[in-house]
Each structure stands twice: as C-alpha cells, then as structure tokens.
Design a protein around this ligand. Structure first.
Ligand code: SF4
Length: 276
C-alpha cells in the first residue's frame, strides 16, 4: 500500500495491527519470521494457555449472542464445552482441571455483567489511517456506556496486571483511536477484564496520551519499513532484523530457528503457562 509523500516520492503506508507493531518492538527477528518470510518458518507446538484464552474469548462472544433470557452465568458451562480448544494440553486430566477453572472464572465474571447492556460490538473490527499507518484490529468487546464507546479487552493469563497495564497498552490506545474514528464519537476509556484474577483495570486516556501512543506506533512502523528496505537493498538478514534474545525466548514460536534465543532461555512445556 503506498501514498504519495510531500516531495512527490512514494511513501509507504504501513499496514498493521497492534500485534504486528508489538512483534517488531519486541524482537525484529521474530517479526521477520512472522510477517516477512514466505513461506513462514514452521512454528513450535501450540500453547495450552493460548487455547484456553481463545476458548474463553469464544465463550464470551457466544454468551452475548444468546437470546437475552438465556444470558445467565450458568450458561457459560455449555458454551465452554461447545467452544473447547484442546491444543497444547498435557493430557485429558489437565484439560478437565482447566475446564473447571475456566467455568469458575466465567460464572464469577458474568455475575458482574449486566446482560441488558448490549455492547456496540463483539470482536468488532476497527480501523484508522495516519500519514504513515493503516492500523486495524479486532476489539474483544466495545461497550456502550451512555453512548460513549469503551474498549474492553479480556485477559486470562496468570501474570498480575494493574491499571498501569491498561494505561500503557499501545494496543488498547490504538483500539480507542480506531474505535473513535470508526464510530465517529469520542472513545477514551480502555479496560482490561482479567478473568483469571477476577479484576477489571481501567484507564481514561487524555488526547495527549493517545497522541503519544500513536507517535510511538508510527516510529515502530517507520523502523519496520526501514528494516524491510535494508533487506531489499541486500543487507544481511540479521543486520536488518536482529534478534533480541531474553527470557521471553522460552515462549517464542520460532525459538527452534534461533540459536541466540535457544541460548537465552530454556524451552517451555506447551502447558507451562496455564494459570494454576
Ligand atoms: S527466540 Fe528470542 S531472539 Fe529468537 S526470534 Fe524468538 S524472541 Fe527473537
């Protein structure tokens, strides 16, 4: 995708999602293997915590699509059985324990949710453009709070979160900006609904803070475009997209193709990040 720059030279408009930007910021080599290399190098085995997260997201979507009178906390058990994704678990016993845990999270969470509060959207795709970026993404739930859209992101991980995570999330900020553009109304509140902890973390952005998130996203996009240009111009692949090894490498889908990542962190079992 291209736009004309001020000097008449073509300027690339970087088409992305928040995950794509985060991938480059976290490790350019992982970004390359995810978004640049074709065919994509084979990934490692699927992760059980991702399967559990996807299942819970699907249940919450399906719950809102039930007729109003069926939206009860207890309805989540059947929805979970229907939506269950079995990838990555060690065995049937571990799956059964994870199912019970997830039903508990869902029932507790749904007791706090007003089933009459119809959201603006579920897994709603929103998009926006700037001079450098065409960013799009899918919001787990876009609430309607007295006419103002609120970005809701579900979390099921075991790590502790805080309001700083809601404030500092570039993804949530970009979703708020894109939701405002898509719905043509202000959107400043973002929320992390951490089901496994039974907590909600909120932040109300100022326009200045949203602008700062956007500028950082544009800088990451510019860096990614420059890396691709270097590669096209013949630079060595690891100069254009260097590895950024660290503890996170234990969780990287491309660890087996990355000697630096293998040296940085031991491999993890596919179920190692399941919440206990
Ligand atoms: S293993 Fe680590 S350094 Fe290697 S690609 Fe993955 S995140 Fe990057």
């Amino acid at each position: 995708m291209e736009q004309l720059g001020f000097a008449g030279m073509p300027t690339r408009l970087f088409s992305c999602t928040p995950s794509k930007l985060a991938a480059f910021a976290e490790c350019p080599r992982r970004y390359r293997m995810t978004y640049v290399d074709r065919p994509q190098p084979p990934r490692g085995a699927p992760w059980a915590h991702n399967a559990l997260g996807a299942t819970v997201h699907n249940v919450l979507r399906a719950w809102w699509l039930l007729p109003r009178e069926k939206r009860t906390p207890e309805a989540s058990r059947k929805l979970l059985n229907d939506a269950w994704i079995s990838d990555g678990y060690r065995d049937a016993e571990q799956q059964a324990a994870a199912k019970e845990r997830a039903v508990g999270w869902l029932e507790d969470y749904l007791r706090t949710v007003d089933p009459d509060a119809e959201p603006f959207g579920l897994e709603r795709t929103v998009a926006m453009r700037t001079e450098r970026l065409a960013v799009s993404g899918r919001i787990d739930r876009l609430d309607d709070r007295n006419g103002e859209p609120v970005v809701v992101d579900y979390k099921t991980g075991r790590g502790a979160l805080s309001e700083d995570d809601a404030a500092g999330s570039q993804a949530l900020a970009l979703y708020a900006l894109a939701a405002a553009k898509t719905l043509r109304r202000p959107c400043r509140r973002v929320e992390l609904h951490h089901l496994s902890a039974g907590e909600v973390y909120s932040h109300v952005h100022t326009p200045e803070r949203l602008e700062r998130h956007l500028r950082r996203a544009e800088q990451t996009a510019a860096d990614a475009v420059e890396a691709e240009s270097k590669l096209s111009a013949g630079a060595p692949v690891d100069e254009a997209f260097p590895p950024d090894p660290g503890p996170k490498c234990g969780w990287c889908d491309f660890r087996r193709h990355c000697p630096e990542g293998q040296a940085a962190a031991p491999p993890k079992d596919p179920w190692a990040a399941l919440p206990s």
